[in-house]
Design a protein around this ligand. Structure first.
Ligand code: DGT
Ligand code: CA
Ligand code: CA
Length: 543
């Protein structure tokens, strides 16, 4: 845990102690310690254990507080805080998170007005009822309402595609700051999760660079949540939170590793470190308080005997054993993709336009869904070197029966039986795969949500039948696609990523499908988009 987070955690302890009516001295001691730790020039984890310069020797911090601070720095947790939280009404804890509400006011609102929830607080503030309390005026009411709105926006996760659209221009602007050696986005964004809670940007620079100020004055920024030397947090106008951290160049690799996460992966790595008597933190790898590495991310893995693990795999789902045994997959890459499925009422001109856009990004073949064979053949004359296949999407009923397939090269079976339970859906998909009439089985969705079924059982049949399993790359269809891809890969069946684009811009979505295939450990051999036009044509002919 970094110093500023430790500081704010100690402040939280002070708040809860104050609400409980603890002695003013105890409350004051925690507040003082919070200030002292936040202002420290070097991270707590690098201070000597004893003697001059150690925690105990800092003003106002005795043995007891030093122990608490160490507990936080090393484990990121504090038993006392858990205890305090379990004794405090939950509503009060929520009230405390709002700007402008200290422990005294929160307690007064809770006890004086009988307000238990944020909803009740919002209603009271709107109706001007908070003013009945001493020291509360319209200004504070307004502040509380703003805080509630920001909190609501913060609670939401947004799609990776949406986050990318917002964050890329900001990073491009920040990159121009003088004195910035490196800038990268870490967190779930770097792991390519299909949705992200907040965005973590990491900068290697001297702490004196003005990059935090630059984020605060960025045109996309709406509100400032934290403004420190090493950490700045803002809410964008969209409600998305951005955390920016500045670390010295020699810690950049360790910080990238830490802030990329996932938390579960970090804990597993740190545990490996402990066995080797190494302390691994966001500041570096330390042996008896001496830094042994941390400038490059590879060094962190190497310090515990592991190969570098691609961020998409860092979920503690077997990547650590694989990295130790040299069995990490060689994840499929964008440059290996040779084909895609496009569609959506394209005429011959539309098909030719998307074909030339896809050719520019490396496509050798395209399946055009839903267009007439005549239009596809016509477009082929203007499609450069891209081989076009005519395709159709046909419905699968509850019995697995497939509707009439037209005169096409590729048939995609899609289930529309929204009310099927897991077992009947699995059966219907298996029956469709065995029908001998489809080349691709689409992933079933209902109302934008993926439907549950036994992926392994279905994929096994698909493998035996030479049927590909579709992975829809449209941003709204990515939920759970990583687990699906992993299950398909593990049975030895093949996926095919489909952008279903009707224009060049949407065709770029294929990389979001690729992200999830990579999170599912897929290599080139697991994804049919990597086939040449000829090999893909042969695969179709087997049907
Ligand atoms: P998100 O923002 O919910 O989509 O997911 P993340 O993974 O980006 O999580 P976030 O932003 O809370 O934190 C970024 C990374 O920092 C996280 O992936 C791992 C690391 N991290 C955060 N808190 C802890 C912690 O308490 N312990 C450890 N070991 N790592 C943590
Ligand atoms: Ca995050
Ligand atoms: Ca974060």
């Amino acid at each position: 845990m970094d110093n500023e987070t430790i500081g704010s955690t100690l402040d939280q302890v002070a708040d809860l102690l104050e609400i409980e009516g603890a002695s003013v001295f105890r409350v004051r001691a925690y507040r003082g310690a919070a200030r002292t730790v936040s202002a420290l020039a070097s991270p707590v984890s690098t201070l000597p254990e004893k003697g001059p310069g150690s925690l105990e020797e800092l003003p106002g911090i005795g043995k007891d507080l030093a122990g608490k601070i160490r507990e936080l720095a090393e484990s990121g947790e504090l038993a006392l805080l858990h205890e305090l939280k379990s004794r405090t009404p939950e509503s009060l804890i929520h009230l405390l998170e709002l700007p402008g509400l200290g422990p005294k006011r929160a307690k007064a609102i809770h006890e004086g007005l009988g307000i238990d929830t944020i909803e009740e607080l919002e209603k009271a503030a709107r109706e001007g009822r908070l003013r009945a309390l001493k020291g509360v005026g319209p200004k504070l009411e307004g502040q509380i309402l703003e805080g509630i709105a920001a909190r609501a926006a913060r609670g939401k996760r947004i799609s990776l595609a949406e986050a990318e659209a917002q964050v890329e221009p900001i990073v491009a602007r920040l990159r121009e700051t003088e004195g910035v050696a490196q800038i990268e986005v870490a967190g779930s964004y770097r792991r390519r999760r299909d949705n992200v809670g907040d965005v973590d940007i990491l900068v290697a620079a001297e702490t004196s660079v003005a990059i935090g100020k630059k984020l605060i004055s960025d045109p996309a920024t709406d509100k400032v949540l934290a403004d420190g030397d090493t950490k700045t947090s803002v809410l964008l106008k969209s409600g998305l939170q951005v955390d920016l951290r500045v670390v010295p160049v020699e810690s950049f690799g360790a910080a990238m590793h830490y802030f990329t996460g996932s938390k579960a992966h970090n804990i597993a790595i740190r545990t490996l470190g402990v066995r080797r008597k190494l302390k691994i933190s966001e500041w570096g790898v330390f042996q008896e308080d001496k830094r042994v590495s941390g400038e490059r991310e590879e060094d962190v893995f190497a310090s515990v005997g592991l190969a570098w693990v691609p961020p998409e795999l860092r979920e503690d789902r077997g990547e650590i054993d694989a990295a130790r045994e040299g069995k990490l997959p060689k994840l499929v890459e964008r440059a290996e993709l040779r084909g895609d499925f496009v569609g959506g009422k394209l005429d011959a001109d539309g098909i030719a336009a998307i074909a030339s856009a896809c050719e520019a990004t490396g496509a050798a073949w395209l399946v055009v869904l839903g267009a007439s064979r005549h239009d596809v053949e016509h477009a082929q004359k203007h499609a450069g070197k891209v081989t076009l296949f005519a395709g159709a999407v046909v419905s699968i009923g509850a019995e697995g029966l497939v509707g009439a397939s037209e005169d096409v090269d590729v048939v995609v079976g899609e289930i529309h039986a929204a009310d099927l339970d897991e077992k009947s859906l699995t059966q219907a998909l298996i029956a469709a795969a065995k029908s001998g009439r489809i080349h691709v089985l689409a992933r079933p969705f209902n109302g934008g949500k993926p439907k549950q079924f036994d992926v392994e059982a279905v994929a096994k049949v698909c493998r035996a039948q030479g049927v590909l399993l579709g992975l829809d790359a449209r941003p709204a269809f990515l939920a759970g696609a990583d687990g699906y891809a992993r299950a398909v890969k593990d049975t030895g069946a093949q996926l095919v990523i489909t952008s279903r684009a009707s224009n060049a811009e949407q065709a770029a979505h294929v990389r979001f499908g690729l992200d999830q295939a990579r999170r599912g450990w897929c290599e080139a051999k697991d994804v049919a988009n990597t086939l040449s036009a000829e090999a893909f044509g042969k695969l179709l002919a087997r049907r």
